[in-house]
Write a protein that binds this ligand. Sequence first.
Ligand code: PAF
Length: 282
Amino acid sequence: MSLFVKQNELKTFLTPYLSQKKKIGFVPTMGALHQGHLSLMEQSLSDNEITVVSIFVNPTQFNNKEDLEKYPRTLEADLKKVESLNKNIIVYAPSVEDIYEGKTESGHFDYDGLEFQMEGKHRPGHFDGVGTIVKKLFEIVQPANAYFGEKDFQQLQIVKKLVEKYKIPVNVIGCDIYREESGLAMSSRNERLTAEERKEASVIYKIIKEAKQLFGTKSAKEVTDWVTKQFAKQKMFELEYFEIADEQTLLTCKRKSNNKNYRGFIAVFVNNIRLIDNISLK
Ligand code: PAF
């Protein structure tokens, strides 16, 4: 594994590969790496000649100061995981200064309305921060393929829109959600849960799986009301939202249509720790 902390050094290193038209695969992360991240790296290793992984907790995408401060930072352990997965992976783990060059601010992005739904409503400015960092990282790494987990499905759609709007020549590839044995979607934030919270959090997937079954016969509103009722019974969890939305537009489903693909999206608080998940309702 090679580690770069300066964008200029990484760019110099990648230049000959880019001139030889070698295919670069890119996995952007905020660290606290888990099996889900490693599966994205495996996908990239099998599709590309070079794999670059970034590890950077991006301050501009956090709308909550405490969430940013408490976000797990485990660089040493992360590097060991990458090294044991594959010695050829290139890691870019910059400082805020290196990547933002003295101007730690988000740009403003128009994602044709995708940014106003769900996470966008509840985390103001979040997708401006994501667009800012992902665009910068794409400019530095110049990947042919970039890999994003479907746990952040809205982010995945937003990044696809970003590359379309800015004509960035990269293939954005969505990869399946990786789950713990209990069904809990893998997330770096799971690190902040106590053992009991982590065990109990399996209820999130259990409920959305049942919601999927119900959606076969019930309306989106009936299913949403049912999910809301289930969480009202849960002492440890506070439901922020459950929405059934069109996968492409992310607009809330008012009336089911046969030619649309829907997904159930959920955000839940466990003791101030925010967990998200989603499920295809096909
Ligand atoms: O999904 C994440 O970990 C982050 O939002 C990303 C894409 C690395 C940008 O900071």
